[in-house]
Every structure is written in structure tokens, then in C-alpha cells.
Ligand binder design. Structure first.
Ligand SMILES: *Cc1c(COP(=O)(O)O)cnc(C)c1O
Length: 400
């Protein structure tokens, strides 16, 4: 593969020409069942008629005006997000990392405005992923993301996942906030138990910290609730979203309570592209569908079915698969074989999935996936497991 692109990605040698719902089609007409959804982005699958209509209609009217002017479509989308969540205020940007950068700035400003500028540090968790900018790689704390990029941005203290003692010990008079994904996505589909999220809320209240949820991957219906933290019954002070909210159009947002967001006054933060009319039209169209009565029930039903089918596969193929991970349609399989081998074997059966940490392959179909497509995915995964087993048997025979 000779390409002028920087080789920052290990791309599979497949290119798609079009998509229809849960399916992607190559130029040669080969159909792949897409259970990767562009890394949990295409919540309504490909070429959803309502999204296509919203985008094309807006494209003929107005693309971009900048944030020097009011953008009514953005005010409407923000109001709908406020009405559907804990939040009072919304800031639109273009990506997950940018949303997290803004959330970190918001938390620092909050304490600065309250006369405690020394409170700027953010506690994060091992296995976290918050993006690839300089601050968000420091927040994520993964050595492989930090290496070679100069001094790590200061102000992040990482504690082991699930270690309550370490968490309490990490909080100092300089701590501004706790930042956590309700389900670690890239880290390997590790859900934070609801009681732990409630414990974090209590801890933040007790110590005057802001609680920031990174729902870039878990949000917009992915786990069967509009936002994953709703399963715990508590709310953060700040939440970042991206992936699903644009349904494939680049869009991110920071949602905050009035109090938490108060520090970001005029001139303190901004973006040229964030919240432009094209993005806002698509975001509103995504919400039209995701907020419709019954939609999240469908996600929960499909999640249950997928989980059952995946559990059967684990039972049938113990030499290949270890267990089922995740929450809702943010689910996947931890394998015995390297997860990249498993993802490749599934792709050979024309079923797309996405590797994650902890040797997991993520299965994240569009949220409007059908039961028939889940059964089809299960049979393709079954075939992938059998192919891996046959290969292993062949290798063992060759060795004797
Ligand atoms: C994908 C992701 C990000 C980064 O989003 P980008 O749009 O790639 O910048 C941040 N946090 C989480 C939890 C993610 O899954």
C-alpha cells in the first residue's frame, strides 16, 4: 500500500464505496456487515435517509458563518441536549479530544474564578482514553501515546482502575476534577460499576471537585440509555460527547451545569468550526431519531440479543474466546487468540469489528441494527472462530 498519507494508522486493505444501514459495500460489490460503525460513530448506520435529507437540505442553504453570529440550529440542538440531560449549557466543537480539552479548561477556570487557581489537577484512571492532543494524551496516560512527544502536559494524576484507596490518596488541595469514562472504550470495554460512579459523585461533592464524564464513546444511546451514566442514577458536572452525536459528521460537545460552566465567559474559549450549521443540522437529525419513543428500548433489546449470541459463541469456542464485555451495544469479546487475529478472521467473513485494549474486539453495530443482522453477525463470528480453530489444528498437525 503506497500512499502519501502519514502512516499513523494500521489500515486494513479494504475501501468502501457506499453504505446502507448496517452494511458497507466495496467498489467490487462485496458487502460487509458493519459492527464497527466507524468506531461507535455511525449510530444510525450508513446513509440514513433522515440524516441524508438534513445534510443535503442544509448544504443548499448555509454551511458556515463562524461563531461571530447566532446559529439558531445550534441553539436548538443545545436546548434539546439540555432538556434531555443534567446540563444547562452546551459548547460545540469538532471532536472528542477537543471536547475533553475544553472540559479540562472549564474545570480549571471554575476553580480559578472561585479564587483557587492552584486547583488545576485532574485525576484520571489507568486504561483511560481521552484523545490524542497533548493534554488528552497526558490525561489518558498511556506510555505508547506519550513517548517521544516531549514533556507530558502537567496536571494529570492517574490511579489504577477500581482502586478506591489510590483515588482518595491522589486527591490533594490542587485537585480540580475527576475525569472518567463510564465504560472504558479503547481500554477494553470495562464498565465502571454504578455504585462506583455514585461513590465518585459523593467524593467530588465532599471535596469540592468537578466530576467530568467522558461519554464520547458511551453517549447518544450506545449503552441503551441516552447517556451511560444514567444507569447509575447520578449526573456529572461536565460531560463530553462526540462520536455518536454527529452520526458520522464530525461533531463534539461539552455539556455542563450552569455552575461548572460559569468560568468560560466571553473570550475565554472558542473554535472556528465548532457548531457550524451543517454539523448542527445533522446533530438535530440524529436526535430526532434517537429521542423518538421506543428507540432506546430497541437498543436495549438488541443489546440483550447480541450479548446472548456472543455468550453462546464463548461457550462454543473456548479455545478462541474468553468472555463477553461491555454494556448495551458497546459490547465485545475478549479473545484467547490475539484480538487483532480475531478481528482479521471476522473481517475475512465480512463482519467488521474494532480492536480495543485488554485483547478485546468491540462489536458496536449501528443502534438501529435489526435482530436478523445480529443473528447474521453471530453466524459470521462463529465461522471466524471455526476458521481460527481449523488453522490452529492445521498448525499443530504440521508440527508433529
Ligand atoms: C474516541 C474517543 C475520544 C477521542 O475522540 P476524537 O474524536 O478521536 O478526538 C475521547 N474519549 C473517548 C472515550 C473516546 O472513545
Amino acid at each position: 500500500m503506497n500512499s502519501p498519507l502519514l502512516p499513523t494508522y494500521a489500515r486494513a486493505d479494504v475501501a468502501f464505496e457506499k453504505g446502507e444501514g448496517s452494511w458497507l459495500v466495496t467498489r467490487g460489490g462485496e458487502r460487509y456487515l458493519d459492527f464497527g460503525s466507524g468506531i461507535a460513530v455511525n449510530v444510525l448506520g450508513h446513509a440514513h435517509p433522515h440524516l441524508v435529507a438534513a445534510l443535503t437540505e442544509q448544504a443548499g442553504k448555509l454551511w458556515h458563518v463562524s461563531n461571530l453570529f447566532r446559529i439558531p440550529e445550534g441553539e436548538r440542538l443545545a436546548q434539546r441536549l439540555v432538556d434531555a440531560t443534567f446540563a444547562d449549557r452546551v459548547f460545540f466543537c469538532n471532536s472528542g479530544a477537543e471536547a475533553n480539552e475544553g472540559a479540562i479548561k472549564m474545570a480549571r477556570r471554575y476553580h480559578h474564578q472561585r479564587g483557587q487557581p492552584e486547583r488545576f489537577r485532574v485525576v484520571t484512571f489507568e486504561g483511560a482514553f481521552h484523545g490524542r492532543t497533548l493534554a488528552t494524551i497526558a490525561a489518558g496516560g498511556q506510555p505508547k501515546h506519550l513517548e517521544g512527544f516531549g514533556p507530558k502536559v502537567d496536571g494529570f494524576d492517574q490511579v489504577p482502575f477500581g482502586d478506591h484507596e489510590a483515588l482518595r490518596a491522589a486527591i490533594t488541595p490542587e485537585t480540580a476534577a475527576i475525569l472518567i469514562e463510564p465504560v472504558q472504550g479503547e481500554g477494553g470495554l470495562r464498565p465502571v460499576p454504578p455504585q462506583c460512579l455514585r461513590g465518585l459523585r459523593e467524593l467530588c461533592d465532599e471535596r469540592g471537585l468537578l466530576l467530568i464524564f467522558d461519554e464520547v464513546q458511551t453517549g447518544v444511546g450506545r449503552t441503551g440509555k441516552l447517556f451511560a451514566h444514567e444507569w447509575s442514577g447520578i449526573a456529572p458536572d461536565i460531560m463530553t460527547i462526540a462520536k455518536g452525536i454527529g452520526g458520522g459528521f464530525p461533531l463534539g460537545a461539552i455539556l455542563a451545569t450552569e455552575e461548572a460552566g460559569a468560568g468560560l465567559s466571553a473570550g475565554t474559549h472558542g473554535t472556528t468550526f465548532g457548531g457550524n450549521p451543517l454539523a448542527m443540522a445533522v446533530g438535530n437529525a440524529v436526535l430526532d431519531v434517537v429521542l423518538a419513543p421506543g428507540f432506546l428500548d430497541h437498543v436495549q433489546d438488541m443489546a440483550l440479543l447480541l450479548k446472548q449470541r456472543l455468550a453462546e459463541l464463548v461457550d462454543r469456542h473456548p479455545a478462541v474466546l474468553k468472555d463477553v464485555r461491555g454494556l448495551g451495544l458497546l459490547t465485545g469479546l475478549r479473545s484467547v487468540v490475539p484480538n487483532t487475529d480475531f478481528v482479521a478472521a471476522a473481517r475475512a467473513q465480512k463482519l467488521l469489528s474494532v480492536p480495543a485494549g485488554d485483547n478485546v474486539a468491540r462489536l458496536m453495530p449501528p443502534l438501529n441494527v435489526t435482530a436478523a443482522e445480529i443473528h447474521e453477525a453471530a453466524s459470521r463470528l462463529d465461522a471466524a472462530c471455526s476458521a481460527i480453530e481449523a488453522q490452529a489444528a492445521g498448525a499443530a498437525e504440521g508440527a508433529t
